[in-house]
Design a protein around this ligand. Structure first.
Ligand code: GDP
Ligand code: MG
Length: 163
């Protein structure tokens, strides 16, 4: 069976940058159905010799009928339900926010396997944020850079273990 992986996290942390890096042009589906699944993208992810199904969660800005928090919660709930492994991405440059904590709470309750990716770790500006990410209580965060390809070997090890 194919491993299903979801990338969740608040807007602007770098989820789509990672999705694009792993999926490239092999996009299976762009779901623009109005509502919670809007802009949820699915594709075939590839990392070295691994193949997996990858979900990106996004597009929360456009739906007007509910609070941002409610929308994020529901969208990530859907993604978490379907995933064998969840990648919780945080921005190590800005540090943790209360929204990151909401995602972390949700994931702890789901009891799904989670890997915390501390993104934007390519420079010293991310050092404090990386340390902070340990406090999410979801295991050791991976020092990651979706843009520069940092941490891909660690991500590979986690995917391989979950497979
Ligand atoms: P999303 O809203 O979580 O999907 O985030 P995006 O993938 O759209 O990225 C948000 C912003 O963060 C963009 O300007 C990206 O170029 C930037 N970004 C993504 N990954 C990295 C990274 O590894 N390092 C840095 N410095 N910026 C990044
Ligand atoms: Mg995005």
């Amino acid at each position: 069976m194919t491993l299903t992986v979801a990338i969740v996290g608040r807007p602007n942390v770098g989820k789509s940058t990672l999705f694009n890096r792993l999926v490239g042009k092999r996009l299976a589906l762009v779901d623009d159905t109005p509502g919670v699944t809007r802009d949820r993208r699915e594709g075939e992810g590839r990392l070295f010799d691994l193949r997996f199904r990858l979900f990106d969660t996004a597009g929360l800005e456009d739906v007007q009928d509910e609070s941002l928090e409610g929308r994020m919660r529901r969208q990530s709930e859907l993604a978490i339900e379907e995933a064998d492994l969840v990648l919780l991405m945080v921005d190590a440059r800005t540090g943790l926010t209360s929204t990151d904590e909401i995602f972390a709470d949700q994931l702890r309750r789901s009891e799904r396997p989670v890997v915390v990716l501390a993104n934007k770790c390519e420079g010293r500006a991310a050092e404090a944020g990386l340390l902070e990410a340990y406090s999410l209580g979801l295991g050791d965060p991976v020092a990651f850079s979706a843009e520069h390809g940092l941490g891909l070997e660690d991500l590979y090890d986690h995917l391989k273990t979950a497979e």
